[in-house]
Structure formats: C-alpha cells, structure tokens
Design a protein around this ligand. Structure first.
Ligand SMILES: Cc1cc2nc3c(=O)[nH]c(=O)nc-3n(C[C@H](O)[C@H](O)[C@H](O)COP(=O)(O)OP(=O)(O)OC[C@H]3O[C@@H](n4cnc5c(N)ncnc54)[C@H](O)[C@@H]3O)c2cc1C
Length: 434
C-alpha cells in the first residue's frame, strides 16, 4: 500500500546494516520510472517525495514523448494504462518562419505507426503511481523530503523530514525527522536538486535570453495528429496535438517580449498567437492559463558521487526545443535500472563506484550530445545574419530532399542513435513478433 504519511520503515536487511537497497529522492516522472523499472529485481526501494501524490500529479504540463520512451514504459508494463489517454503524432513539420520549404517527418521514416505521443503530466504520473501500488518492494515515504545524507562507507544514511501537507501551495511545515540507511541514494529531485548541491557536484551551463510561454488552445478544425516546430526569429514555436481538438503551445521569445506577450489581454494574445500558429486549424480558443518559464542548459559535471547517482533534471536540463528533457530522464532511469539489476544479479555492490561509473559512462555523453544539439538548433534558428539564414535554409532543403539525412536527423532527435536500454528492446521485439 502506498503511504501518504512518513512511517518508520521496516528493516530490510538488519544483518547487513541497511533498511533499503535504494532510496529514490523525487517522485516526479523520472524517479517513478526508475522505481517501476526495478520491479521484480529483488531490490528494496524507498521513494521519497515532498508533495502528496495527488498534488504531484496535478501539474498542468504536457510532453512530447519519443518512441523510445513509450517503448521503455511498455517494457516496464505501464504503457497499456497510458496509451488510451495520449495522442500520437503522425507527422512533424519543421519550418523556418515563413520560408516555404517545410521538412516533413513521417512515421514511415522510422518504420513505425507514429513518430511519438503527446502525454499529459497527470496521465503519466498517475499510471506510474498506480503501477507502484503493485510493487511490494517499493515503500512510499510521502510527503517527506531528504534533508541530509551521510556516506558511511558501505551504506549511506539518508535523513528525512516529514512534511505537514496542510498548506499544499507551500508545504514547508516539517513535523518530524528520522533517517534510513541505504546502499544507494538516487537524486531524481529536479533541476534545482538539493541532493546534487549537498553532494558538492557543480554544473556547467547557462540561462537562455528567452522565456517560454506555455498555453493550451482548442481548435476549430482537427489537428490531424500533426506536430509543428516553427522557428521564428524570436525563437522556436511548437504546436503539440492533444486529445480532441486541442493543442499545447510552447512559444519561445526573448524575455521582455515574452513577458509583454504573456501580459496581453486574451483577444490581443490570441491574435498574436494565431499570427504565428497559422490558419490551418481555423479559429483558436484559449483553454488554459498562460505559464511562463525561463529555459536553461545545465549538465552536472558528474552524475555520480559516493553511493549517489543523479537522474533526470537533477543531472541535466535543456532548452525545450525538440521536447527532449523528460525523454532523456526516462532513458537515464531505464539505463540505471538495467545496470543496478545486472549488478545485483551478479552480487556486486549496487552503490559501488565501479557499478555507478557504468551508468555515467552510458548516459553522460548521450545527454551531452542532445543538450548541444538543442542549443545549436535554438541559436542557429534565432540568428538573422544572412549567411546563417542561407546556410540553415539550404540545410532544411537538403534534409527534405536527401532521405538518409532526414532519417538520420530524425533518429538522433528521437533518441534512437544511442545505446538502447533493454526495456525498450524487449517491448520493440515483442511488438515485431506480433
Ligand atoms: C516549457 C517546457 C516544456 C517542456 N516540454 C517537454 C517535452 O515536450 N518533452 C520532454 O521530454 N520534456 C519537456 N520538458 C522538460 C521536462 O519538463 C523535464 O525534463 C521533466 O519534467 C523532468 O522530470 P524530473 O522527474 O527529472 O524532475 P521534476 O519533474 O522536477 O521532479 C522532481 C521531483 O523531486 C521532488 N523533490 C524536490 N526536492 C526534493 C527533496 N529534497 N527530496 C525528495 N524529493 C524532492 C519534487 O517535488 C518533484 O516531484 C519541458 C520543459 C519546459 C520548461
């Protein structure tokens, strides 16, 4: 049973001197994916999340999920609960402002039924939370947060503080503290990761000169499952198809411009939005509040420390162009689960530097490549100097007219050129056999 209260955990292996094998700090999508991916491994897991489950699921975000992410979730066994609630995208149109040569990516480029799916945060989180209820080896310590951790050689002591959930907006009332002893602490605690900071792991990166406005619209005509990535001079403008006649917009512009746009009255905002969106779906109607985010690029110098591994946004953050961030995090979780499972089967110490280095060697270079790619994409398409404009338009034409180049670019953006986690391979093979 999942617990909404912090309780004293059972001692899993008193003779070895620890309570759980792994503590995962952060019950966001990435932390939960790791816990689910370890089902049946024989490892005992404590999941620590400061927000009550219902509150964590209430985030009004939607993500473009790549094929490899849905394959990982299928390999875990959770995709069947997600699939009815997500919208596949069957075409991606990438364009440079009003330049007429549009690159069209099709499922046939990947020999699949869809290029990916758009999934809402609550759908993913709820399905993962429900799945964890069937995992007897996972104990949910919630609402609680990690306030300190101490390496003790063969284990790490993780100090927790229970949180009074009486104020859901700012749940900072700490009502009690205790500690658990584990063999490995995993930081899945988001971009500002207190665990990364306390471990003294520094980061590379920078803030962008842009902000992203995120909003949902209802459209008069169907979206035909087409996703758009339009590069305007102010920044990328993405349209993601949602179930029904709805689309999610991620609209990037320099900070001052974005703030001015976000502050417009509804009618003027809609007129500006329609100008960039185009008329292909008829009239638009706003169906959500406008949210504004400041994107940044961040890569942790190390993904590991003594008995510690970082995954998801705790390890890296990228510009939202191309919808990469969560997909990278899901691949981190699948990779770490695979490494820990194998190490446990081979009776190795899952928290040892030797085991954790395998994870860092696998994920850090792949994430660097994607972070670099999103950065270049944003810079090249936001640049209005004539040689750059000419070069990128030639590049777009080459991509549209040279199929191997288009397929290679698509595979890179969809995370299909890196090492495939076993979970994704398993579900892709099972599908191929049907
Ligand atoms: C505008 C925008 C659009 C985006 N679009 C896409 C997209 O289309 N596709 C895509 O793949 N990605 C997208 N992303 C990126 C994506 O949102 C993130 O990469 C993803 O949500 C990271 O998930 P996470 O689980 O690593 O971190 P989070 O979702 O931040 O979860 C971290 C969890 O840790 C908990 N926590 C914090 N402190 C502690 C502590 N001390 N102890 C325990 N727990 C703690 C938090 O409560 C939280 O639940 C977008 C981002 C933005 C800003």
């Amino acid at each position: 049973m999942l617990q909404e209260q912090l309780v004293r955990p059972p001692i899993a292996s008193p003779s070895l001197g620890y309570d759980y094998d792994i503590a995962i700090a952060g019950g966001g999508i990435v932390g939960l994916t790791l816990a689910c991916a370890l089902k049946g491994s024989g490892l005992k897991i404590a999941l620590i999340e400061p927000q009550p489950q219902s509150q964590a699921a209430a985030k009004g975000q939607a993500y473009a999920l790549h094929l490899i992410s849905s394959q990982i979730l299928a390999g875990i066994g959770v995709w069947s609960a997600i699939a009815p609630w997500v919208e596949p995208f069957k075409q991606v149109r990438m364009s440079d402002g009003d330049y007429p040569h549009v690159v069209e990516f099709q499922p046939s480029d990947l020999q699949s039924q869809a290029l990916g799916h758009v999934a809402e945060h609550r759908v993913l989180l709820q399905a993962l939370q429900d799945f964890l209820q069937k995992c007897p080896d996972v104990e949910w310590l919630c609402p609680a947060q990690v306030i300190a951790s101490h390496d003790q050689g063969d284990r790490v002591e993780v100090q927790l503080a229970a949180i009074e959930a009486s104020d859901p907006v700012n749940p900072t009332d700490i009502t009690g503290a205790e500690s658990i002893r584990v063999r490995l602490l995993v930081g899945a605690d988001g971009a500002r990761s207190p665990i990364r900071e306390r471990a003294g792991i520094s980061t590379h990166g920078w803030d962008y000169w842009q902000s992203c406005i995120v909003v949902t619209v209802a459209t008069e005509k169907p979206h035909d499952n087409i996703a758009y990535e339009k590069f305007w001079s102010s920044g990328p403008f993405a349209i993601l198809p949602l179930p029904g006649h709805h689309c999610r917009i991620v609209w990037t512009a320099p900070h001052a411009e974005a703030e001015a746009i976000a502050a417009l009255d509804d009618q003027t905002f809609l007129a500006e939005l329609t100008r960039r969106f185009g008329s292909q779906m008829g009239q638009l109607r706003l169906t959500s509040q406008r949210f504004i985010f400041s994107p940044r690029l961040m890569q942790s110098r190390r993904y590991i420390a003594d008995r510690l591994a970082l995954i998801g946004d705790a390890a890296h953050v990228c510009h939202p162009v191309g919808g990469q961030g969560l997909n990278l995090g899901i691949r981190d979780a699948a990779a770490l689960a695979e490494i820990l499972r194998t190490a446990h089967q081979q009776q190795q110490d899952i928290g040892s530097a030797q085991v954790l280095r395998r994870y860092q060697r696998w994920r850090s270079p792949e994430n660097w490549a994607t972070l670099g790619f999103t950065d270049i994409l944003d810079r090249v398409f936001s640049n209005q100097s004539l040689p750059v404009v000419v070069a990128r338009r030639l590049g777009l034409r080459a991509m549209q007219t040279i199929p191997p180049l288009k397929v290679l670019s698509l595979k890179f953006m969809a995370g299909l050129l890196g090492r495939t986690p076993e979970l994704a391979r398993k579900s892709a093979d099972a599908k191929a056999k049907v």
